[in-house]
Ligand binder design. Structure first.
Ligand SMILES: *Cc1c(COP(=O)(O)O)cnc(C)c1O
Length: 465
């Protein structure tokens, strides 16, 4: 499988390069040159496979020759085992036709583990074969940092530095990062905001000397391998609910558009998907874009579902590319307009292409609390605020009785105990696996909001190679 860039000016690349690079050199995002397609019979034949075997069948064409088949199967089996549930991504029934797809049984209790547990292993494998090592650098407002740290901890050929804004992440989120006692894990509490953290990370990536010296890399959500990993649970859940005979609709709590785009990829691969519902909180850039065609950046509002508090949805560029018949010039023009004016307009034909797959709904904070309350009183299920946004979004959708409705449950309720308690009166307990988190020793450096202070720290703290 060859990959091309959405901006059209980077040479085509194979999986290994796509994995290690993340962003294409022309600033675009990598997408497969063509979507692999499974016939109805081939999809039926996937029924009953274990999650790891299903992943191997679906992902082998994307990985190509970068990883030998036996190695890929082992990596996928290890990644599935790390997810902490025998079904990896189990379904839980809420009513006659509504199901939660629980993606939060991994080490940090959020869905990002599903992809990052695989990514960490793929990186380690490829680096070992190449005899190389690298340094992962990233900023986090909470969830991504811990998932990345868990994915990389203890690996010989990878080191990780994560910046978080000091005193501005939740206590649980901080402990999940700072109690990981491994010599290759470095936490930095920056005296600033999340935007300051991101600005420093960006400045350090722009420093060519440092980038070469430390072999800097990132595993952020625009990496194709993360999208690829997420395709699997769309197939797994749809097959379990009777696909391809029975139509399945997915409601996806959406921020950066990575998760729901993986659902689109599954549909392009042949999975019958009735509809992909883009569920946003009041940070509704995607809902507005799909409803009006105007993609316009506004200020971010803090909500109960912080992982969806976004300004721009980076992965949306991948959909724009397909919706413009893969014309990279069109994508370039839209992205230039966004840079210059903070907005762009999607033309009617492209919008129609998008609406053939996607609907969107914006969910208020009140409706989010209401959905948490209903899941608790109606089905005895505690759901986190991100999941609740997707649940509430279904109210606006007139799906037929025959359609199974799957809500992607992206975080464990215990990760967001305050809003859950506010809605239901019940404070969710941390799973036994995380018991004792509060007693573990923390390790992190407090640094001023200053690029050179962080640069010096990276050089000093790095383990000798
Ligand atoms: C990251 C995240 C999301 C948003 O996923 P995208 O792929 O960025 O759209 C939703 N819920 C939770 C809990 C998350 O951590």
């Amino acid at each position: 499988m060859e990959y091309i860039s959405t901006r059209g000016e980077a040479p085509a690349a194979y999986f290994e390069e796509v994995l290690l690079r993340g962003l294409a050199p022309d600033g675009g995002l990598y997408v497969p040159r063509a979507w692999p397609h499974l016939s109805r019979g081939e999809i039926e034949a996937l029924r009953g496979l274990s999650y790891a075997d299903l992943a191997a069948a679906l992902l082998a064409p994307f990985v190509g020759e970068a990883v030998a088949p036996g190695d890929l199967e082992r990596i996928l089996a290890d990644g599935a085992a790390a997810m902490g549930h025998a079904a990896v991504t189990p379904l839980v029934q809420l009513d006659e036709r509504t199901f939660l797809l629980e993606l939060f049984h991994g080490p940090t209790l959020a869905f990002k583990d599903v992809a990052l547990q695989l990514l960490g292993r793929l990186f380690a494998h490829v680096l070992e074969r190449r005899g190389e090592a690298l340094t992962i650098l990233g900023a986090t407002s909470g969830d991504t940092g811990s998932a990345a740290i868990e994915a990389v901890r203890g690996r010989a050929n990878m080191e990780i530095f994560i910046l978080h804004p000091k005193d501005r992440v939740s206590r649980i989120q901080r402990l999940q990062m700072t109690t990981v006692a491994e010599p290759n894990v470095h936490n930095i509490a920056l005296e600033g905001t999340f935007d300051d953290c991101q600005a420093i990370v960006k400045a350090l990536f722009a420093d060519a000397d440092l980038r070469d010296e430390l072999a800097l890399s990132s595993i952020n959500s625009i990496n194709w391998a993360r999208i690829m990993a997420q395709i699997v649970y769309y197939f797994a859940s749809a097959l379990a609910l009777g696909a391809p005979e029975r139509p399945v609709a997915f409601s996806v709590p959406t921020g950066n558009f990575g998760d729901v785009y993986a659902g689109y990829a599954a549909a392009r691969m042949g999975l019958p998907v009735e509809r992909l519902l883009v569920a946003t909180n009041v940070n509704d850039i995607l809902e507005r874009a799909l409803r009006t065609g105007e993609y316009e950046v506004r200020d971010v509002v803090a909500t109960m579902s912080p992982s969806m508090d976004i300004q721009v949805a980076s992965n949306f560029e991948r959909l724009l590319f397909d919706a413009h018949d893969r014309n990279a010039r069109s994508v370039q023009a839209l992205m230039a307009r966004l840079r210059e004016t903070g907005r762009f307009t999607i033309d009617e034909p492209a919008l129609a292409t998008m609406r053939a797959h996607f609907s969107a709904a914006r969910v208020s904070e009140e409706a989010t609390l209401g959905a948490m309350r209903r899941a608790w009183t109606g089905a005895g299920e505690l759901v986190d605020p991100h999941t609740a946004v997707a649940l509430a979004a279904l109210d606006s959708q007139p799906f037929g009785r025959e359609v199974a409705r799957v809500v992607l449950a992206t975080a464990h309720p215990a990760k967001f105990p305050d809003p859950v308690e506010k809605a239901t009166g019940v404070r969710p307990a941390l799973p036994a696996r995380l018991a004792g988190l509060e007693e573990r020793a923390e390790s992190f450096a407090v640094l001023p909001n200053d690029v050179s202070a962080v640069r010096d720290f990276l050089r000093r703290a790095r383990a000798p190679r």
